[in-house]
Design a protein around this ligand. Structure first.
Ligand code: ATP
Ligand code: MG
Length: 283
């Protein structure tokens, strides 16, 4: 069988997490920074290292079968590809931001103004959805400095923590789209056996990431209260301890409501709580 090709970012914000995900799927490959292509030795897959902007089109045109790229880049390029899986990293929001001293109050106030962005297509759609006529100034980088230079009244750019906005005297004004890294494929590729196998591995890695393995000790008389606090778990493993009247409970807890649950377990008499990461969950 010929190898599938997956395109990932060569360097930048998504590179490390993309490589980590593929390695956690049990794939063995050299991650040479200098090479543009790397073969996986234990799976029919080749990895192409590319600029993120090029990934959607490579996948659409079938040069790569799969790709990992930010949703924002997919929307901006407007390609026709298959969305296979949200990957939970590279989370950010495309926002409109304005100078701290700006007199703009609501999004309609952008009417007739100039907005600088590296995402002209997404911004154009947002403005037309909101029936706003504004001038879009497309610039490829350092968008944040454009209001200070008198080039625009607002910007539309990627924000994750907001630190860059703040240090440039800008404040968030409106959310345009939220984004995270996505696994995309060329149309029809989802039917390939190797893709199904890879997807299953990715899903088990993602599922494991959301879940923690917890071991705790409790007096046998408090066991039922503890078990009742663990809904969703089919049946926790209960092991007697050497100390008379005590048991250890082994279970899995969702990361989402982790602290709330741990505090309730403590209040119900759980002691010596140990939390461990899970590598994979096979469904
Ligand atoms: P390339 O050299 O591959 O073109 P780039 O400079 O265009 O890289 P990066 O800055 O590495 O891109 O960002 C890649 C992706 O990471 C973005 O498209 C976005 O989906 C995501 N991302 C997450 N957080 C941020 C952030 N704070 N700023 C920019 N992008 C972010
Ligand atoms: Mg780029």
């Amino acid at each position: 069988m010929s190898s599938l090709k997956i395109a990932i970012q060569k360097s930048g914000r998504l590179n490390e997490k993309s490589v980590e995900l593929l390695k956690n799927c049990g794939l063995t490959f050299e991650n040479y920074k200098s090479s543009l292509i790397s073969s996986v030795s234990n799976f029919p897959l080749e990895i192409l290292f590319l600029r993120d902007d090029d990934i959607p089109e490579y996948v659409q045109d079938g040069i790569a079968d799969l790709g990992i790229v930010g949703e924002n880049v997919i929307s901006e390029t407007g390609v026709n590809v298959h969305f296979l899986q949200r990957l939970g990293f590279g989370k950010c929001t495309l926002k409109i931001a304005i100078p701290n001293e700006s007199e703009l109050v609501q999004i309609n106030d952008l009417e007739g103004r100039a907005i600088a962005t590296s995402y002209p297509n997404i911004l154009k759609k947002y403005l037309s959805d909101n029936q706003i006529n504004a001038t879009i100034r497309t610039i490829s980088g350092s968008v944040e400095i454009s209001p200070g230079l008198g080039l625009s009244d607002a910007i539309c750019d990627i924000v994750s923590t907001g630190g860059t906005l703040k240090s440039n005297g800008l404040k968030p004004f409106a959310d345009v789209m939220s984004s995270e890294a996505i696994l995309i494929g060329k149309n029809g590729i989802e039917k390939e056996e190797a893709v199904k196998e890879l997807m299953q591995r990715i899903q088990s890695v993602l599922k494991a990431k959301e879940t923690k393995y917890v071991v705790l000790n409790v007096k046998r008389e408090n066991l039922q209260i503890i078990v009742d606090l663990l809904p969703g778990v089919k049946s926790p493993t209960v092991v007697p301890l050497a100390e008379e009247g005590w048991v250890a409970v082994h279970t899995a807890i969702q990361e989402r409501d982790f602290w709330e649950k741990i505090n309730k377990l403590k209040a119900a008499g759980a002691q010596g709580i140990v939390v461990m990461p899970i590598e994979k969950i096979i469904m």
